[in-house]
Design a protein around this ligand. Sequence first.
Ligand code: PMP
Length: 282
Amino acid sequence: RIVYVNGEFLPEEEAKVSIFDRGFLMADGVYEVTSVLDGKLVDYDGHLTRLERSLAELDMPEPDGMDALLEIHRELVSRNNLKEGCVYLQITRGPADRDFLYPETPKPTLVLFTLAMTLRRSPKAEKGLRVISIDDLRWGRRDIKTVQLLYPSMGKMMAKHAGADDAWMVENGHVTEGTSNNAYIVTQDGTIVTRQLSHDILHGITRAAVLRFAREAQIKVEERPFTLDEAKAASEAFITSATTFVTGVVEIDGVQLGDGTPGPVSRRLREIYLEEAAKQAV
Ligand code: PMP
């Protein structure tokens, strides 16, 4: 695999980052994951806009190469002959002597690599996901897409040990989001409910697109917190993220939703998203 690091395209074995990099020492870094369908980037502009916002919120300077990011993405996709999967991008504040204070002249690190994945015909999407609920123990700025992913990793491990696919995180009785996705329920009268944007959740790029498509399809949308009990009594549930698009949730803490298969609203939104995403990919 060819990867990109600080201005160079290299075989992955040759790509190196300093042990003093603040991304490594302090999780002082941000990232984006952009899906690739038919060799094209899905929702690229949305990911770039969020990346710039993450950098600004952390006073992190833009690395060299920022003005050529789309070309770098495309070059990587093409060099790796990637048809379906994603491009992972990470920016850290770069190497500096270990200190809590930010370095005065930071040299940010820019890394990109590709991952081949089956996204469209994913078996998980066909069967639907089983999720468990866990406390949301993350920090208070989940809207910044930082590489501090230890708690979400722990959540996925808790789910795995419980025989489930993922975990939904709960704070003050309300669901915030999934470990790596936004969370939705569909009420018995067909309304989609998902938590409103704030510092409590990541502002999903897929979320924005899916809510737009739902409204265009005359499906009612409510952006508000919902409880776990409300979710267990819902007619269906689903998640969204760049690599899962829209994927049905069929079980929450062992409680089956509907007939135990992805519901009609989830399936319809997945179809609409896939069609539109492929059309708009660059
Ligand atoms: N919430 C969290 C916590 C995530 O990690 C992700 C995926 N990175 C999402 C939501 C979904 O965001 P997006 O649709 O932009 O992939």
